[in-house]
Design a protein around this ligand. Structure first.
Ligand SMILES: [Zn+2]
Length: 311
């Protein structure tokens, strides 16, 4: 897992373009600002899923939101966002680490139903889980989604569940109506620390509300994070102190796929074995294909306890 942070932060004039996260804190105001451009990564992930247009934007926005939330983790770990919806798309999931690794998915059947049409979406619930470095769940928060909008839902979560002064904006826009590519995908998060006074927060919130991420899109694609950051820094001086690369990463393995298959139960595994062919399994996050051999299914069956439900 090659994703070490840059050893030292370079001066603003040498900032490279490309997918990255910046973390900044206010000089005087007790506030932190996180900015992210994840355009290329979101395009790569969405292309692996064959997601177009609105669905591609939805993936992009959930990727930005997960990266921004993960930046608040105290140590190594993962943030998992699960947006459950009803309508043409049933769920959107995104996992990210504080170091900028991310994966995301929308179920394949939802994507093939939606194509490049704008889906009908009814918001349901947003579940946010925090996992430690070993994948153990250390916290979980569930809020009702007030709308199908990713930014609104995550901001609502931050205010409800973590009772903080927070504002998150994640915006992704395709460059054509058919939506084969995101022109940009990214956003920002501002959070007030406990010492921040109400008046100070109001001023920051007003600045955030007035910002249109689309105004910082670069002609060739991606976001001008520098200009976006300056917009904040003009209102309240702040310093960027960390930069991380954003990269798509999925920790799935053949062992993990086999463990998940064991959960299908004896009957289901027997019927797969009966077909006598290699079984194709795709990771629902990265779409990596695993070919499971009949003898591997057999080994799974050998390892299973006799099915208790059988008479
Ligand atoms: Zn995977």
């Amino acid at each position: 897992m090659e994703n070490t942070p840059l050893p030292a932060f370079s001066p603003p004039t040498t900032f490279s373009h490309g997918d990255r996260i910046w973390r900044a804190t206010g000089d005087k105001l007790a506030v932190r600002i996180v900015l992210v451009d994840n355009t290329e990564t979101a395009n790569r992930i969405a292309s692996a899923h064959g997601a177009q247009a609105f669905a591609r934007q939805l993936l992009g926005e959930s990727i930005s939101a997960s990266l921004l939330l993960a930046s608040g983790l105290k140590g190594p770990g993962t943030i998992q966002l699960r947006f459950s919806l009803s309508g043409d798309i049933s769920r959107v999931a995104a996992d990210a680490t504080p170091m900028g690794l991310v994966r995301a998915m929308i179920p394949q059947e939802d994507l093939s139903r939606t194509g490049n049409f704008e889906p009908m979406l009814l918001p349901q619930m947003l579940t946010v889980s925090k996992l430690d470095r070993d994948g153990q769940r250390i916290a979980e928060g569930i809020v009702e989604m007030e709308s199908a909008d990713i930014s609104q839902s995550v901001t609502h979560y931050l205010r409800q569940s973590e009772q903080g002064k927070a504002w998150l904006r994640a915006t992704s826009v395709c460059d054509t109506p058919t939506g084969e590519r995101l022109h940009f995908s990214g956003g920002f998060l501002i959070e007030g620390f406990p010492g921040l006074l109400e008046a100070g927060w109001k001023a920051i919130e007003t600045t955030a509300q007035g910002l249109d991420v689309a105004a910082y899109a670069l002609p060739g694609g991606g976001l001008d994070l520098h200009a976006l950051f300056n917009q904040f820094a003009a209102h309240f001086p702040a310093q960027i102190h960390q930069e991380f690369k954003v990269e798509s990463y999925c920790p799935c393995t053949e062992d993990g796929v086999l463990r998940a298959m064991a959960g299908l139960g004896r009957d289901e595994l027997l019927s797969i074995l009966m077909e006598g062919q290699d079984t194709e399994v795709f990771c629902e996050f990265c779409r990596r294909r695993y070919a499971i051999l009949p003898e591997q299914i057999g080994a799974l069956l050998d390892g299973l306890e006799p099915d208790e439900e059988l008479p």
